[in-house]
Every structure is written in structure tokens, then in C-alpha cells.
Design a protein around this ligand. Structure first.
Ligand code: ACO
Length: 327
């Protein structure tokens, strides 16, 4: 039997502050009916000033480590999938590494927006399968609420904050990460971006004051891309694994928009009971979306050891990808 990256534990952490659609209707010209019909979102979690990407990541990591029975000093690697790190540098993974006490681990951040967790699972499992690591902590986390223009109704209703984490461990097994595909198309980079704060427009550069300081998104373009990307990644990963959609026990897609999830499920001909949805509770938490959904699927008893789960993500980049995991 081959060495596989098996999920040993899972955790999550979301801010306690809930922002409902009715709350948003008091801030911008919107309403619960529009948001629910177009996105499926009813409420989202929003960080306080004290909560940051690393504090949410720490909470999720601690829970995942406890769940796994693995201590932090046994970890070989900490990967943090985020596009909203505490600072441009150092990497947020290093802040996590320090807070949990992973004194024997390497640490790096991975920037693939809403596909970040799917990308990180692919990288972490490859490190394990190649023998370069035995125990890997993967955190998917974002705090997009801190980068939203709260006067722009076309974006501020979509996003929320949150973190999820898993511990991967090397094991001779037929369980674990079975197959992954990672894809990208940088020609679509302008469709979702945060222009300021990098080397193009550093915050300290006077020219940056004239640029948009918030997330901008061409919603319709992203929607069209997402519908194709979700189906594309799922079909590719299933084909590479030599599997059919009927062999999938649970589909856990990136939680951005219920209509996008429904169209992917339709393309795969998956019945509703095989599709996990929690977008109504959290909105789009970007890197946190897939691991928070996996966490809730486990807690609700919908994802059990031995089941085959298909995860898929898409996001700014543009990037997209999918994993098949035997839980
Ligand atoms: N409340 C009320 N009306 C609104 C709102 C709002 N919050 N936002 C937009 N509208 C209006 C628009 O102004 C427009 O009005 P008009 O026709 O008078 O001009 C109308 O509603 C329709 O707007 P559309 O943009 O056409 O609405 P659409 O059906 O495309 O839905 C949405 C918009 C929900 C943003 C959709 O395009 C979408 O989900 N796109 C994908 C977004 C996504 O998944 N992003 C992920 C980013 S991943 C990452 O990496 C961060």
C-alpha cells in the first residue's frame, strides 16, 4: 500500500459577530430578498478590530491539533492558505507556527484566494507522498471584511471571515488525498483584485492614495468563470482518478454563491443530499470556505471515515482546483 496524506484532525474558528442581510440593508441600498435570491447568503461572521487572520488561524489550528492527537512539535510543516495575511510579511504561517509552538516545522503562506485550501492540500499531500514531511498543518483562512468597501453593495454583501484547519499525516493507507488538479488563468487577474499594498502600489507610495484601497470585482465575469471552473476542475480530477461522479459520497464546494454551487452539482448530476452547503451562514470566507464546510460536514455526521469527498475551489488569480479525498 502506498504512503498517503490522511486527514488526522480538523478544526475551525469564526468570529462571534454575526452580520445579517437586514443589518446590511441599514448600511447600503440592499435587502434580504436580493441577497438571498442572488447568492443564498443570509448572514456572515465579521472580525472585531482585535481579531486578525492569525488569531482565527490559531483557533482553528489548536482545534485541529487536539482532534488529531498530534502535538505541535511533531509537525514538519505549516502551510497557511490566505490572501489577507496579518502583514505583507512575515508570513502568517510563521505567526501560527510560533503561537502553536511548532518548533520543528517549516512554514510558508500560499496565495490562491478562494482556491487556497484546495491548493494547500495538494501541496501538503505531495510533500507527504514524496517523503519530505510526515505531519503537515494546513490552515485556510481569510478576513476579507477588513478589505471590503462597505459602501459598495455589489461586494460587501458577499464576504465573511473565518478559518479552517486540517492536520495531514503520512500513513500506508487506501484513505487520504487520492488525486488533485490545480489550474490557473492569470489573464483574468483584473476580475478580482486588491490593487494597493503590494509592490505595484505600496501603501507608503503617494500614488497609492489615488488607487482603490478595497477589493474590486467584476461580478458577472467572475460568475461565468466560476460556473465553468467548478465543473471543469471536478470533471478533470474525477477523470484523472478514474472515478465517476456516482462514486462521490459528498461534494464540498467553495461556498461563494448558492447558484454557482447548484450549477456545478447539476453538471455532475449529484443529488442535493450529496452536496454540502453552508454559504447561508458564513458568506464567502475565501480560504476558510472549504475547510469550514468540511468541519461542519463532519460535525453534522454527513462526512464519516471511509467516505469519498470531492472538494473544489475557485478564486482571484484566476485560479481553480479540486481534490478527491477518502476521509
Ligand atoms: N443589493 C441590491 N441590488 C444589487 C446589489 C445588492 N447587494 N448588488 C448589485 N445590485 C444590483 C446591481 O446594481 C444591478 O442593478 P441594475 O440592473 O440596475 O444595474 C442588479 O442588482 C443586478 O446586478 P448583477 O451584478 O447583474 O447581479 P448578478 O445576478 O450578476 O449577481 C453577484 C451579482 C451575486 C455578485 C454575482 O455576479 C456573483 O455571485 N458573482 C460571482 C462572485 C464570486 O463568486 N466571487 C468570488 C470571489 S472569489 C475570491 O477569490 C475572493
Amino acid at each position: 500500500m502506498a504512503t498517503k496524506a490522511v486527514i488526522k484532525g480538523i478544526g475551525h474558528c469564526v468570529p462571534s459577530k454575526i452580520l445579517t442581510n437586514d443589518d446590511l440593508a441599514k448600511i447600503v441600498d440592499t435587502n434580504d430578498e436580493w441577497i438571498t435570491q442572488r447568492t443564498g447568503i443570509k448572514e456572515r461572521r465579521i472580525c472585531s478590530l482585535e481579531e486578525t487572520t492569525s488569531t482565527l488561524a490559531f483557533g482553528a489550528s489548536q482545534e485541529a491539533l487536539t482532534d488529531s492527537g498530534i502535538s505541535a512539535d511533531e509537525l514538519d510543516l505549516v502551510i497557511c492558505a490566505t490572501v489577507t495575511g496579518d502583514m505583507p510579511f512575515p508570513a502568517t504561517s510563521c505567526l501560527i507556527q510560533d503561537k502553536i509552538g511548532a518548533k520543528n516545522a517549516g512554514a510558508f503562506d500560499l496565495g490562491a484566494a478562494c482556491a487556497g485550501f484546495v491548493y494547500a492540500v495538494s501541496v501538503g499531500s505531495a510533500m507527504i507522498e514524496s517523503g519530505q514531511a510526515k505531519k503537515v498543518l494546513i490552515v485556510g483562512v481569510d478576513t476579507l471584511s477588513k478589505f471590503i468597501d462597505w459602501t459598495d453593495r455589489s461586494t460587501c454583501v458577499l464576504f465573511g471571515d473565518g478559518a479552517g484547519a486540517v492536520v495531514l499525516g503520512a500513513q500506508e493507507s487506501d484513505r487520504g488525498v487520492l488525486k488533485t488538479v490545480l489550474l490557473s488563468d492569470g489573464s483574468g487577474s483584473r476580475h478580482i483584485s486588491l490593487e494597493v499594498g503590494g509592490s505595484l502600489y505600496p501603501t507608503c507610495d503617494p500614488r497609492s492614495k489615488d488607487r482603490n484601497q478595497h477589493i474590486t470585482m467584476a461580478g458577472a465575469e467572475v460568475y461565468r468563470f466560476a460556473v465553468n471552473a467548478m465543473g471543469d476542475a471536478c470533471c478533470r480530477v474525477l477523470e484523472e482518478a478514474g472515478m465517476t461522479p456516482e462514486e462521490v459520497d459528498l461534494f464540498v464546494p467553495h461556498q461563494a454563491n448558492l447558484r454557482i454551487i447548484d450549477s456545478a452539482a447539476k453538471r455532475l448530476e449529484l443529488p442535493p443530499e450529496k452536496v454540502f452547503v453552508n454559504v447561508h451562514k458564513y458568506g464567502n470566507t475565501s480560504g476558510g470556505s472549504v475547510p469550514i464546510a468540511l468541519y461542519e460536514a463532519v460535525k453534522e455526521g454527513r462526512l464519516k471515515p471511509g467516505m469519498t469527498v470531492l472538494t473544489v475551489g475557485f478564486g482571484a488569480g484566476l485560479v481553480w482546483g479540486a481534490n478527491i479525498i477518502r476521509w
